[in-house]
Design a protein around this ligand. Sequence first.
Ligand code: PA5
Length: 433
Amino acid sequence: MNNKITINIDFIKKFVTEDELNGIFSEIERINRQLEERKGPGSEFLGWLDLPNRTIESYAGFQELVTEIRQEADVFLVIGIGGSYLGARAVVEALEPGLDEKGPMNPEIIFAGYNIDSVYMTKLLEYLKTKSVYVNVISKSGTTTEPGIAFRVVKAMMEKVYGKDEARKRIIATTDEKKGALRKMAEEEGYRTFTIPADVGGRFSVLTPVGLLPIAVSGNYAETLLDGALNMKEILQNSSYDVNIANLYAAIRYLLYKKGKSIEILSNFDQKLVYFAEWWKQLFGESEGKNGKGIFPASANFTTDLHSLGQYIQEGRRDLLETFLIVKKIQDHIMVPEDEKNLDGLNYLAGKTYHEINLKAHQGTAEAHRDGGVPNMTIYLPEINAYWLGSLIFMFEKAVAISGYLLGVNPFNQPGVEAYKTNMFKLLGKPGF
Ligand code: PA5
């Protein structure tokens, strides 16, 4: 079917039997019930399950602010890291109009605070000098170092350029309702704010204003994104085990993991999905990788990476599994032209579109990797638009929750992230460390 997200699992059949899949059916059913009843580990962070049911109107002042930013700003600068950044970037990069569509985005969405790169920051400040800038600083804890220092630098720049009152109007803070330095600062400085619900963890927050505001500023996408997520939520609630993508995806990964496949590559064939894979890596890596367990999430951008990672995937260590993300319908249709002399021998491709060739590249790759010992499945997206991205986001969120419970870990915490911070704080002389 063209109008839904589907999964093809033909190429795992050599590696996982139907009996094995049916064997964990009752466990997956139990986990689904546990999630529904909100009784499993980390159940205080299950607020993301309700997000698709919210509407944009339920976020007070959201639409008015989006209109204002779109009218006033050349640049919407989004400051955040991890879950406070990747979801928005994934969707914005996927939906950005191509050069031959509507031209560059207005306002331009620029991300900062996701590294400690002084060259990046220096160039950014230089670039912003001639632009009308609005800033969205996003941090649930309100104390993360990378966005913290980026915001300090940008705030000083904004106050210098616009004066305190105008800067205040141009800064929007997205943070916890009560806790953290950013909430305190926003209240004292008088910034407009949006709240990240206490029961939604960072990497599950793209369907809150964390993701929705940048996404809405970049285009008229936020409501549709939520509609798509709601559609997937309903499908997952109502479909039986063998056609339920989240259940199947989680079950297959788990069975393969038990057979030694400890690395999963999310491979896309569309450049626009590169950041979607970055979001996915964080979602799965931070949710599963704990207590010495979990599949390591990696990504590949094909066909580009077939000429770098391709050799390893085909013939390297056999601890890989692969999930292809394939877009069925593409709007652009560049065709390979006929050439009279055919000196390059490519006339056999004349009249074929790039997309047709790309789909064959996927088919050929999936078969080769399966034959080389890499079990793989393919998730088909009907098109790249806000609706299907919203659907896919919710599907992966549900799948990682099931997956984490199958592994026996709490998928909603991230205690390991603190280790580098503690060392860095000690080295930098933060009081108390
Ligand atoms: O998923 C998570 O919880 C993390 O990746 C956080 O989003 C990330 O560390 C940023 O945290 P904060 O929003 O508190 O600045």
